[in-house]
Design a protein around this ligand. Structure first.
Ligand code: G3I
Length: 285
């Protein structure tokens, strides 16, 4: 009830990843993704597909032992099944996720090792072939402010545009740690730089870690709220920034707890009550 009342869209956290939908070459499982789609359709939520090409959460049969030809065929088969499955019900797709290293170099991955850097552009072309209606996004972390990785992202996306291949937007994941996040000005300038390239910008996976902060919970939640405010304000002040998505909404369920340690990174507490962060987002909006 809270999700459909407070939010206008949803991104499956895991349900549309390659490993989830095609565990074996001949086995397709859309059950979890379809239940999210039903919710989206019933409550008029916009759903974003996440993510077609990523080095992580691949099915085990997609491995380095494949030849480039085999991997290419597997990719095309995957796109040809998943994109028409959702059709025009899912208008936005993360096509390539996390292709770059922190210093802007291409990330070593199965895709890079088999195809070189051309795979990024080829993935966008393939997505356009099987989802001609969709808006296609590149998504990554640590590209929130202006730095070598976001510079490399802008260059990569410009090259795709110059080749005449459709790319519509960029997702800044925004997995932040309070006290170690880029400033509002930095994020805003970065959003504007992508906007100047004609790209839409989504804040695509926001959460804010605070477990390292000392002091009473009220103070820690207020500090966290300031970070949420700054990011939301940076989005609001740029017309290119269209969407703000959080990687979960209640502290009851967050990937942060199992990856880094017990934390409270989201907008609602474990009892689904709004935190200062939720009010800060509302104020900035
Ligand atoms: O489904 C299995 C379950 O059967 C098994 O019992 C359990 C035991 O470990 O694991 C379950 O799978 C876990 C899966 O989440 C579903 O809960 C994986 O171990 C776990 O690694 C996986 O983590 C996901 C992570 O991506 C994988 O890299 C997180 O939930 C998900 O939030 C996270 O999301 C990513 C975005 O896609 C891309 N950007 C970064 C973001 C955070 O890492």
């Amino acid at each position: 009830a809270l999700l459909v009342e407070q939010f206008g869209g949803e991104t499956p956290e895991n349900a549309t990843k390659w490993g989830s939908v095609q565990p074996d070459p001949e086995t397709w499982d859309f059950s979890a993704a379809d239940s999210m789609l039903e919710l989206a359709q019933e409550y008029d939520l916009r759903m974003k597909g996440h993510t077609l090409v990523w080095h992580s959460q691949l099915p085990s049969w997609v491995s380095e032992s494949m030849s480039a030809e085999e991997l290419s065929l597997a990719m095309e088969t995957h796109f040809a099944e998943i994109l028409p499955h959702f059709g025009s019900s899912v208008e936005d797709w993360d096509v390539v996720n996390e292709a770059l290293e922190w210093n802007g170099a291409m990330r070593e991955s199965i895709f890079y090792s088999k195809f070189g850097s051309a795979y990024v552009q080829d993935a966008f072309a393939l997505a356009a072939k099987y989802a001609p209606h969709a808006r296609l996004f590149y998504n990554d972390y640590s590209i929130e402010g202006i730095n070598s990785k976001s510079d490399a992202t802008a260059k990569l996306l410009e090259e795709i545009q110059k080749a005449g291949v459709p790319v519509h937007g960029v997702g800044l994941q925004m997995h932040l740690t309070h006290g170690n996040a880029p400033s509002r000005e930095d994020i805003s300038a970065n959003i504007q730089r992508f906007g100047d390239l004609g790209l839409l910008v989504h804040i695509s996976e926001m959460d804010v870690q605070i477990r390292h902060l000392q002091g009473p919970e009220t103070d820690r939640f207020l500090a966290q709220a300031m970070t949420y405010y700054d990011v939301t304000a940076a989005c609001v002040e740029n017309s290119a920034c269209e969407q703000l998505t959080f990687w979960g909404y209640t502290d009851r369920y967050s990937w942060i707890d199992s990856w880094f340690g017990e934390d409270d990174p989201l907008l609602y507490d474990e009892d689904l009550l709004p935190k200062a962060a939720r009010d800060a987002v509302h104020q900035a909006l």
